[in-house]
Design a binder for this molecule. Structure first.
Ligand SMILES: NC(=O)c1ccc[n+]([C@@H]2O[C@H](COP(=O)([O-])OP(=O)(O)OC[C@H]3O[C@@H](n4cnc5c(N)ncnc54)[C@H](OP(=O)(O)O)[C@@H]3O)[C@@H](O)[C@H]2O)c1
Length: 241
C-alpha cells in the first residue's frame, strides 16, 4: 500500500484545526500520513479515521515538541515506519500573549522550544534521513511587523521565517524548504479574544480566510518544483497595511 502513495508526510500538530485539515487534504492527494499530536489524542484518532477512509496509510505519533529528547526521536520513528517519508510540515505551535521582560522566562522557553527549536531539529533530522524531499513551515502573516502583544510568539516566527530561507540555501537542491504565513484563518484557542470580524473589515479583501485557503497554498508549494525559500503570505492583504 505504501508504494502506491506519493510518499509520506509528517504533519505536526495534526490532531485538529489547520494541521488536521492539511493532513486530510494531503491524504486525499495520495500521501501517506504520519499524524503527530501531543495532548489531543481523541481528536488525533478521529482525524486518523477520516484519513483511513481515503485509503492511504496513516500512523499516529505522540510527541511533546517542548522536550528535546522526544523531538530528536520523532523523525527517525517516522522514517522507520514509512521509508518513503518525503515531506515534513511544521504546523504545531503555541500562541500566548506576553511582552518582553514580563514574568519569568517560562513563556519565552515554551515558545522557543515548541515554535522554533522543534521545527529546527525536525528539519535537520529530516535532511539527515531522506534522500530528497520538502519542508513547509507555518509562520505568521504578522511576522514582518513589530507588534508586541505576542512578543515571544512573534520572535519565534520571525526566526522560523529566516530559518526557512537559510535551510533552503543549505539543503538545495536535495530539499525544498518553504513556508506559509497565515493571516486570520481560525479563531484563537484558550479563550483568547477573537477580534477577527472587526479586523477583517479593515483589510484589503475584507474577509476572514479559511482552512481551504491554506490547503491550496500547501498543495501549490508541494507541486511547484521551482520554488524554495519562499513564504506564501495567505492573509487577504492584512500584512500590507
Ligand atoms: N489559526 C490561524 O488563523 C493562524 C494564524 C497565523 C498563524 N498560524 C500558524 O499556523 C499553524 C497552525 O495554526 P493552528 O491555529 O491550527 O495551531 P494551534 O491550534 O494553535 O496549534 C496546533 C497544535 O500544536 C500542538 N502543540 C502545541 N504545543 C505542543 C507541544 N509542546 N508538543 C507538541 N505539539 C504541540 C497542539 O497539539 P495537541 O493539541 O495534540 O497537544 C495543537 O493542536 C501554527 O504554526 C500557527 O502559528 C495560524
Amino acid at each position: 500500500m505504501v508504494s502506491k502513495t506519493k510518499g509520506t508526510v509528517l504533519v505536526t500538530g495534526a490532531a485538529k484545526r489547520i494541521g488536521a485539515h492539511v493532513a486530510l487534504h494531503l491524504a486525499r492527494l495520495g500521501y501517506g500520513i504520519a499524524l503527530h499530536y501531543h495532548r489531543s489524542k481523541i481528536e488525533a484518532m478521529s482525524t486518523a479515521q477520516a484519513i483511513y477512509k481515503t485509503g492511504v496509510p496513516c500512523e499516529l505519533f505522540c510527541c511533546d515538541l517542548a522536550d528535546e529528547s522526544q523531538i530528536l526521536k520523532l523523525a527517525p520513528q517516522v522514517f522507520k515506519a514509512f521509508p518513503n517519508f518525503n515531506v515534513l510540515i511544521n504546523s504545531a505551535s503555541i500562541f500566548i500573549p506576553n511582552q518582553f521582560g514580563a514574568g519569568d522566562l517560562s513563556l519565552f522557553k515554551a515558545h522557543w522550544n515548541t515554535n522554533f527549536k522543534a521545527p529546527y531539529i525536525l528539519t535537520c533530522e529530516f535532511a539527515r534521513l531522506v534522500k530528497s524531499g520538502q519542508v513547509i513551515n507555518f509562520v505568521d502573516a504578522n511576522v514582518i511587523k513589530y507588534k508586541t502583544k505576542y512578543a515571544d510568539y512573534m520572535m519565534t516566527k520571525k526566526a522560523l521565517m529566516e530559518f526557512t530561507k537559510m535551510a533552503a540555501v543549505q539543503w538545495g537542491p536535495r530539499i525544498r524548504v518553504n513556508g506559509i504565513s497565515p493571516g486570520m484563518i481560525l479563531a484563537p484557542v484558550n479563550n483568547q479574544p477573537d477580534d477577527r470580524i472587526k479586523r477583517a473589515r479593515k483589510i484589503p479583501l475584507q474577509k476572514i480566510g479559511n482552512a481551504r485557503n491554506i490547503m491550496q497554498s500547501v498543495q501549490f508549494l508541494l507541486e511547484n518544483d521551482f520554488l524554495t525559500g519562499q513564504i506564501i503570505t495567505n492573509d487577504g492583504g492584512e500584512s500590507l497595511i
